[in-house]
Design a protein around this ligand. Structure first.
Ligand SMILES: NC(=O)c1ccc[n+]([C@@H]2O[C@H](COP(=O)([O-])OP(=O)(O)OC[C@H]3O[C@@H](n4cnc5c(N)ncnc54)[C@H](OP(=O)(O)O)[C@@H]3O)[C@@H](O)[C@H]2O)c1
Length: 288
Protein backbone atom coordinates (compact mmCIF):
# COMPACT_ATOMS: atom_id res chain seq x y z
CA UNK A 1 0.00 0.00 0.00
CA UNK A 2 1.22 3.50 -0.83
CA UNK A 3 0.66 5.52 2.32
CA UNK A 4 -0.49 9.09 1.59
CA UNK A 5 1.97 11.80 2.61
CA UNK A 6 1.92 15.32 4.00
CA UNK A 7 4.23 17.67 2.17
CA UNK A 8 5.80 21.00 3.14
CA UNK A 9 6.37 23.89 0.76
CA UNK A 10 10.07 23.02 0.53
CA UNK A 11 9.18 19.54 -0.74
CA UNK A 12 9.91 17.63 2.47
CA UNK A 13 7.23 15.05 3.10
CA UNK A 14 6.35 12.30 5.54
CA UNK A 15 3.78 9.54 5.14
CA UNK A 16 0.67 9.85 7.30
CA UNK A 17 1.75 6.64 9.00
CA UNK A 18 5.27 5.65 9.98
CA UNK A 19 6.70 2.98 12.23
CA UNK A 20 7.53 3.75 15.87
CA UNK A 21 10.21 1.54 17.38
CA UNK A 22 10.43 2.28 21.11
CA UNK A 23 10.91 -1.09 22.87
CA UNK A 24 12.29 -2.80 19.76
CA UNK A 25 15.71 -4.08 20.86
CA UNK A 26 15.00 -3.10 24.45
CA UNK A 27 13.75 -0.15 26.45
CA UNK A 28 16.47 1.85 28.13
CA UNK A 29 18.75 -1.20 28.02
CA UNK A 30 19.78 -3.66 25.34
CA UNK A 31 17.47 -6.66 25.00
CA UNK A 32 18.55 -9.18 22.36
CA UNK A 33 15.94 -11.80 23.21
CA UNK A 34 13.63 -10.98 20.30
CA UNK A 35 16.11 -9.87 17.65
CA UNK A 36 15.12 -12.11 14.77
CA UNK A 37 11.39 -11.51 15.29
CA UNK A 38 11.95 -7.75 15.45
CA UNK A 39 14.03 -7.68 12.28
CA UNK A 40 11.40 -9.77 10.51
CA UNK A 41 8.61 -7.46 11.71
CA UNK A 42 10.39 -4.32 10.45
CA UNK A 43 11.04 -6.03 7.10
CA UNK A 44 7.38 -7.03 6.83
CA UNK A 45 6.32 -3.50 7.77
CA UNK A 46 8.43 -2.07 4.95
CA UNK A 47 7.04 -4.62 2.52
CA UNK A 48 3.52 -3.56 3.57
CA UNK A 49 4.30 0.08 2.78
CA UNK A 50 5.75 1.61 5.95
CA UNK A 51 8.68 3.65 4.63
CA UNK A 52 9.15 6.08 7.52
CA UNK A 53 10.94 4.41 10.42
CA UNK A 54 11.40 6.37 13.61
CA UNK A 55 14.15 5.47 16.02
CA UNK A 56 16.53 7.14 18.48
CA UNK A 57 19.99 6.56 19.86
CA UNK A 58 18.53 5.78 23.29
CA UNK A 59 16.09 3.08 22.16
CA UNK A 60 17.40 -0.22 23.46
CA UNK A 61 20.60 1.70 24.26
CA UNK A 62 21.41 1.73 20.54
CA UNK A 63 20.33 -1.82 19.80
CA UNK A 64 17.11 -0.66 18.14
CA UNK A 65 19.16 1.21 15.52
CA UNK A 66 21.26 -1.93 14.94
CA UNK A 67 18.16 -4.04 14.32
CA UNK A 68 16.67 -1.46 11.96
CA UNK A 69 19.99 -1.35 10.14
CA UNK A 70 19.75 -5.08 9.56
CA UNK A 71 16.08 -4.94 8.57
CA UNK A 72 16.49 -2.24 5.92
CA UNK A 73 19.51 -3.78 4.16
CA UNK A 74 17.46 -5.52 1.47
CA UNK A 75 15.42 -2.44 0.52
CA UNK A 76 16.50 0.43 -1.74
CA UNK A 77 17.79 3.11 0.61
CA UNK A 78 16.25 5.97 -1.38
CA UNK A 79 12.75 4.56 -0.84
CA UNK A 80 13.05 4.82 2.94
CA UNK A 81 12.82 7.70 5.39
CA UNK A 82 15.00 6.85 8.35
CA UNK A 83 14.84 9.13 11.34
CA UNK A 84 16.84 9.13 14.53
CA UNK A 85 17.30 11.41 17.54
CA UNK A 86 20.21 12.73 19.51
CA UNK A 87 19.61 12.26 23.24
CA UNK A 88 19.14 15.30 25.48
CA UNK A 89 22.35 14.52 27.36
CA UNK A 90 24.31 14.71 24.09
CA UNK A 91 23.41 18.19 22.94
CA UNK A 92 26.84 19.82 23.23
CA UNK A 93 28.41 20.51 19.81
CA UNK A 94 30.90 17.63 19.68
CA UNK A 95 28.49 15.24 21.36
CA UNK A 96 25.86 15.84 18.67
CA UNK A 97 28.39 15.07 15.92
CA UNK A 98 29.56 11.94 17.75
CA UNK A 99 25.99 10.77 18.39
CA UNK A 100 25.07 11.14 14.72
CA UNK A 101 28.19 9.20 13.65
CA UNK A 102 27.28 6.40 16.05
CA UNK A 103 23.69 6.28 14.81
CA UNK A 104 24.88 6.14 11.20
CA UNK A 105 27.19 3.25 12.06
CA UNK A 106 24.53 1.31 13.92
CA UNK A 107 21.95 1.90 11.21
CA UNK A 108 24.63 1.09 8.66
CA UNK A 109 23.62 3.93 6.35
CA UNK A 110 25.39 6.97 4.86
CA UNK A 111 22.81 9.57 5.79
CA UNK A 112 19.84 10.05 8.09
CA UNK A 113 16.76 11.53 6.41
CA UNK A 114 15.50 13.31 9.49
CA UNK A 115 17.54 13.94 12.64
CA UNK A 116 15.83 15.19 15.78
CA UNK A 117 16.90 16.81 19.00
CA UNK A 118 15.11 14.25 21.19
CA UNK A 119 14.18 16.71 23.91
CA UNK A 120 15.38 20.12 25.02
CA UNK A 121 18.02 20.46 27.68
CA UNK A 122 18.15 23.85 29.38
CA UNK A 123 21.63 23.08 30.66
CA UNK A 124 23.15 23.04 27.17
CA UNK A 125 23.12 25.99 24.78
CA UNK A 126 20.49 25.41 22.11
CA UNK A 127 22.49 27.62 19.76
CA UNK A 128 25.43 25.24 20.07
CA UNK A 129 23.22 22.22 19.42
CA UNK A 130 21.72 23.80 16.34
CA UNK A 131 25.16 24.73 15.03
CA UNK A 132 26.06 21.04 15.20
CA UNK A 133 22.78 20.01 13.54
CA UNK A 134 23.49 22.47 10.70
CA UNK A 135 27.00 21.09 10.37
CA UNK A 136 25.57 17.58 9.94
CA UNK A 137 23.41 18.90 7.11
CA UNK A 138 26.32 20.64 5.38
CA UNK A 139 28.41 17.47 5.77
CA UNK A 140 25.54 15.60 4.09
CA UNK A 141 25.19 13.16 6.98
CA UNK A 142 21.69 14.40 7.70
CA UNK A 143 19.14 15.57 5.13
CA UNK A 144 16.69 17.40 7.38
CA UNK A 145 16.62 18.54 10.98
CA UNK A 146 13.80 18.47 13.48
CA UNK A 147 13.01 18.84 17.15
CA UNK A 148 11.00 16.77 19.57
CA UNK A 149 9.11 17.71 22.72
CA UNK A 150 9.67 21.40 21.97
CA UNK A 151 7.25 24.16 22.95
CA UNK A 152 6.50 26.94 20.47
CA UNK A 153 8.97 29.30 22.16
CA UNK A 154 11.79 26.76 21.98
CA UNK A 155 10.92 25.86 18.42
CA UNK A 156 11.08 29.53 17.42
CA UNK A 157 14.40 29.90 19.19
CA UNK A 158 15.84 26.83 17.46
CA UNK A 159 14.66 28.05 14.06
CA UNK A 160 16.20 31.47 14.64
CA UNK A 161 19.63 29.82 15.14
CA UNK A 162 19.42 27.49 12.16
CA UNK A 163 20.32 27.95 8.50
CA UNK A 164 18.01 25.04 7.73
CA UNK A 165 14.27 24.75 8.02
CA UNK A 166 13.14 22.75 11.05
CA UNK A 167 10.71 20.51 9.26
CA UNK A 168 9.04 18.72 12.16
CA UNK A 169 8.28 18.72 15.86
CA UNK A 170 7.64 15.25 17.30
CA UNK A 171 5.34 15.63 20.25
CA UNK A 172 3.18 13.48 22.45
CA UNK A 173 -0.23 13.96 20.95
CA UNK A 174 -3.22 11.66 20.80
CA UNK A 175 -6.94 11.67 21.50
CA UNK A 176 -6.07 11.11 25.13
CA UNK A 177 -3.10 13.44 25.47
CA UNK A 178 -3.75 16.95 24.25
CA UNK A 179 -2.12 19.62 26.32
CA UNK A 180 -0.21 17.83 29.02
CA UNK A 181 2.22 15.08 28.18
CA UNK A 182 3.16 12.26 30.47
CA UNK A 183 6.92 12.04 29.97
CA UNK A 184 7.49 13.36 33.46
CA UNK A 185 10.59 15.21 32.28
CA UNK A 186 11.92 17.68 34.82
CA UNK A 187 10.91 20.70 32.78
CA UNK A 188 7.61 21.98 31.51
CA UNK A 189 8.01 21.55 27.77
CA UNK A 190 5.51 18.82 27.21
CA UNK A 191 2.48 21.04 27.48
CA UNK A 192 0.11 23.01 25.24
CA UNK A 193 0.50 20.60 22.35
CA UNK A 194 -3.01 21.05 20.99
CA UNK A 195 -3.65 24.62 22.09
CA UNK A 196 -0.36 26.12 20.93
CA UNK A 197 2.14 23.78 19.26
CA UNK A 198 -0.20 22.25 16.70
CA UNK A 199 -1.67 25.58 15.45
CA UNK A 200 1.81 27.12 15.32
CA UNK A 201 3.15 24.23 13.25
CA UNK A 202 0.12 24.31 10.96
CA UNK A 203 0.54 28.03 10.36
CA UNK A 204 4.29 27.79 9.86
CA UNK A 205 4.52 24.84 7.50
CA UNK A 206 6.02 22.42 10.04
CA UNK A 207 4.94 18.79 10.38
CA UNK A 208 3.71 17.48 13.71
CA UNK A 209 4.78 13.87 14.24
CA UNK A 210 2.40 12.52 16.87
CA UNK A 211 4.18 10.12 19.21
CA UNK A 212 2.26 7.60 21.35
CA UNK A 213 -0.80 7.75 19.08
CA UNK A 214 -2.42 4.78 20.81
CA UNK A 215 -1.31 5.98 24.23
CA UNK A 216 0.50 2.68 24.53
CA UNK A 217 -2.78 0.77 24.21
CA UNK A 218 -5.05 2.80 26.49
CA UNK A 219 -6.89 4.14 23.45
CA UNK A 220 -7.84 0.61 22.49
CA UNK A 221 -9.96 0.17 25.61
CA UNK A 222 -13.72 0.23 25.10
CA UNK A 223 -15.33 3.63 25.28
CA UNK A 224 -18.85 4.70 24.28
CA UNK A 225 -17.93 7.58 22.01
CA UNK A 226 -15.12 5.69 20.27
CA UNK A 227 -17.48 2.71 20.01
CA UNK A 228 -19.90 4.88 17.99
CA UNK A 229 -17.11 5.90 15.61
CA UNK A 230 -15.95 2.31 15.26
CA UNK A 231 -19.47 1.41 14.17
CA UNK A 232 -20.03 4.44 11.94
CA UNK A 233 -16.81 4.04 9.97
CA UNK A 234 -16.56 0.25 10.30
CA UNK A 235 -13.01 0.59 11.64
CA UNK A 236 -11.21 -0.60 14.74
CA UNK A 237 -10.32 1.46 17.81
CA UNK A 238 -6.70 1.73 16.67
CA UNK A 239 -7.75 2.85 13.21
CA UNK A 240 -10.04 5.55 14.61
CA UNK A 241 -7.33 6.82 16.98
CA UNK A 242 -4.82 6.98 14.10
CA UNK A 243 -7.24 8.56 11.67
CA UNK A 244 -8.29 11.23 14.16
CA UNK A 245 -4.67 12.36 14.18
CA UNK A 246 -3.87 12.18 10.49
CA UNK A 247 -7.15 13.80 9.46
CA UNK A 248 -5.73 16.99 10.94
CA UNK A 249 -3.61 19.40 8.91
CA UNK A 250 0.15 18.74 9.07
CA UNK A 251 -0.20 15.78 11.46
CA UNK A 252 1.40 12.40 10.76
CA UNK A 253 1.92 9.61 13.24
CA UNK A 254 4.16 6.67 14.16
CA UNK A 255 2.46 3.92 16.19
CA UNK A 256 4.90 1.28 17.36
CA UNK A 257 4.23 -2.33 16.57
CA UNK A 258 6.24 -5.42 15.87
CA UNK A 259 3.13 -7.54 15.59
CA UNK A 260 2.22 -8.26 11.97
CA UNK A 261 -1.55 -8.18 12.55
CA UNK A 262 -1.30 -4.86 14.37
CA UNK A 263 0.92 -3.43 11.62
CA UNK A 264 -1.72 -4.38 9.06
CA UNK A 265 -4.54 -3.07 11.20
CA UNK A 266 -2.80 0.27 11.70
CA UNK A 267 -2.46 0.70 7.94
CA UNK A 268 -6.25 0.75 7.85
CA UNK A 269 -6.08 3.95 9.90
CA UNK A 270 -4.94 5.89 6.83
CA UNK A 271 -6.18 6.42 3.28
CA UNK A 272 -9.55 7.79 4.38
CA UNK A 273 -10.70 10.86 6.23
CA UNK A 274 -12.96 11.16 9.19
CA UNK A 275 -15.68 13.80 8.83
CA UNK A 276 -14.72 17.18 10.27
CA UNK A 277 -17.64 17.10 12.72
CA UNK A 278 -16.47 13.75 14.11
CA UNK A 279 -12.91 15.01 14.53
CA UNK A 280 -14.34 17.88 16.56
CA UNK A 281 -16.79 15.68 18.46
CA UNK A 282 -13.95 13.40 19.52
CA UNK A 283 -11.84 16.42 20.39
CA UNK A 284 -14.58 17.91 22.55
CA UNK A 285 -16.01 14.82 24.17
CA UNK A 286 -13.33 12.17 24.34
CA UNK A 287 -12.55 11.38 27.95
CA UNK A 288 -14.65 14.32 29.14
N1 LIG B 1 10.17 11.74 20.83
C1 LIG B 1 9.83 11.17 21.96
O1 LIG B 1 10.17 11.62 23.06
C2 LIG B 1 8.97 9.94 21.91
C3 LIG B 1 8.29 9.51 23.06
C4 LIG B 1 7.45 8.40 22.94
C5 LIG B 1 7.34 7.75 21.72
N2 LIG B 1 8.07 8.16 20.64
C6 LIG B 1 7.96 7.47 19.31
O2 LIG B 1 6.59 7.25 19.04
C7 LIG B 1 6.38 5.86 18.83
C8 LIG B 1 4.98 5.47 19.27
O3 LIG B 1 4.81 5.63 20.66
P1 LIG B 1 4.77 4.41 21.69
O4 LIG B 1 5.47 3.25 21.13
O5 LIG B 1 5.26 4.94 22.97
O6 LIG B 1 3.22 4.13 21.90
P2 LIG B 1 2.01 3.73 20.92
O7 LIG B 1 2.47 3.67 19.52
O8 LIG B 1 0.88 4.60 21.28
O9 LIG B 1 1.67 2.26 21.44
C9 LIG B 1 2.49 1.17 21.21
C10 LIG B 1 1.86 -0.04 21.86
O10 LIG B 1 0.61 -0.33 21.25
C11 LIG B 1 0.62 -1.68 20.75
N3 LIG B 1 -0.11 -1.65 19.48
C12 LIG B 1 0.22 -1.05 18.32
N4 LIG B 1 -0.73 -1.21 17.38
C13 LIG B 1 -1.69 -1.96 17.97
C14 LIG B 1 -2.92 -2.48 17.53
N5 LIG B 1 -3.38 -2.24 16.29
N6 LIG B 1 -3.67 -3.22 18.39
C15 LIG B 1 -3.23 -3.47 19.65
N7 LIG B 1 -2.05 -3.00 20.14
C16 LIG B 1 -1.30 -2.24 19.31
C17 LIG B 1 2.08 -2.06 20.60
O11 LIG B 1 2.25 -3.44 20.80
P3 LIG B 1 2.65 -4.47 19.62
O12 LIG B 1 4.06 -4.16 19.23
O13 LIG B 1 2.46 -5.78 20.24
O14 LIG B 1 1.68 -4.21 18.49
C18 LIG B 1 2.72 -1.27 21.74
O15 LIG B 1 2.61 -1.98 22.94
C19 LIG B 1 7.51 5.21 19.65
O16 LIG B 1 7.67 3.85 19.33
C20 LIG B 1 8.65 6.11 19.29
O17 LIG B 1 9.15 5.79 18.01
C21 LIG B 1 8.86 9.25 20.71
Amino acid sequence: MKIPTKKLKNGFELPDLGLGTWKIGGGREVDTSRDSGSIEAVKKAIAMGYIHIDTAEVYGAGHCEELIGQAIKDFPRENLIITSKVARVNLAYDDVLRAAEKSLQKLDIDYIDLYYIHAPNPEISLKETIRAMDRLVSDKLVKNIAVSNFTVDLLKEAQAYSDNKIVANQIEYSLLTRNKGSHGLPYADNVDMESKTLPYCQENDILVVAERPLERGILLEKNELMGKMVKKYNKSYAQIAINWLISQKNVVTIPKSDNIEHLEENLGGVGWKMEEEDIELLRQKYNN
